[in-house]
Design a protein around this ligand. Structure first.
Ligand SMILES: [Zn+2]
Length: 259
């Protein structure tokens, strides 16, 4: 049987309130060995920690302030989140920059992201990075700390070859790939094999969002990653087992606290 890790799943969300046990059971049945849960703000730091406490050795927490949640109270939120980072927390995330919907808090987003990048250096924890319409700004901040950062994931990568190469220059970082790779219009099946070696890739759902074909539009869940694995195996011309083994090895390298 295949074994893989879902590195980004909002399993604490209310979308899963009614059937979280069943969702986890289905994931285990198809070979999902672990699930990583990112927080997005103070409130979800608690729900993420609660779910992970309920499924020890299976669900792992990542704490951070998501760029879309950076508002006027970001400094207070960051102080509370930092206090919640215990040795059980495996990464800082999800954090980053997002100018897709609004640039209202552009300056605050930059400051909040940089502060959390400094946490990653200080605590030597990997970063789970969310970035939309802001890659150059994000890269500029990361470059300042590149020598001291232990690594991380550029989550939900959907870019082109040039963008992939720019991100892979951070040699302890990998790209997170999920359901988008199965969409008909996606260029990822060409872009990834062209410039992303298999030791620079990890799997994710971003559930409940981004369900892969043929579940597109439905609530996503960790068991659906098998469709992403199939697509990536075709694209790279390797077995599904190879995709799983490589991505799992990458996860174990970047997230030492799960070992
Ligand atoms: Zn997310």
């Amino acid at each position: 049987m295949i074994h893989y890790i879902d590195t980004h799943c909002h399993l604490d969300g209310e979308e899963f309130a009614q059937d979280r046990d069943e969702v986890i059971q289905r994931a285990q049945e198809v070979g999902c060995a672990k699930i990583f849960l990112p927080a997005i703000d103070v409130k979800t730091c608690q729900t993420v920690l609660d779910v992970c406490t309920s499924y020890p050795g299976y669900c792992y927490p990542m704490l951070g302030l998501h760029p879309e949640e950076v508002k006027g109270d970001w400094r207070e939120q960051l102080a509370t989140i930092k206090d919640a980072i215990t040795p059980k927390v495996i990464a800082i995330g999800e954090v980053g920059l997002d100018y897709y919907w609004s640039r209202e808090f552009e300056q605050e987003q930059l400051e909040a992201f940089e502060e959390q990048v400094r946490w990653a250096v200080e605590l030597q924890l990997p970063l789970m990075i969310h970035c939309r319409k802001a890659q150059n700004e994000m890269v500029a901040i990361l470059k300042k700390y590149a020598n001291d950062l232990p690594g991380g994931v550029f989550h939900c990568f959907t870019g082109n070859e040039q963008e992939a190469r720019q991100l892979l220059e951070f040699d302890r970082f990998v790209l997170g790939v999920g359901g988008v790779s199965t969409f008909k219009k996606s260029h990822l099946p060409e872009v990834l094999p062209a410039c992303v070696p298999l030791d620079r890739l990890v799997l994710e759902t971003d559930a409940p969002y981004m369900a892969p074909v043929p579940m597109r539009g439905q609530r996503n869940e960790s068991s659906y990653i098998r469709h992403v694995i199939t697509r990536l195996a075709e694209a790279y011309g390797v077995s599904e087992d190879t995709i799983c083994q490589q991505t799992t090895a990458n996860v174990e390298r970047i997230f030492p606290r799960i070992r």
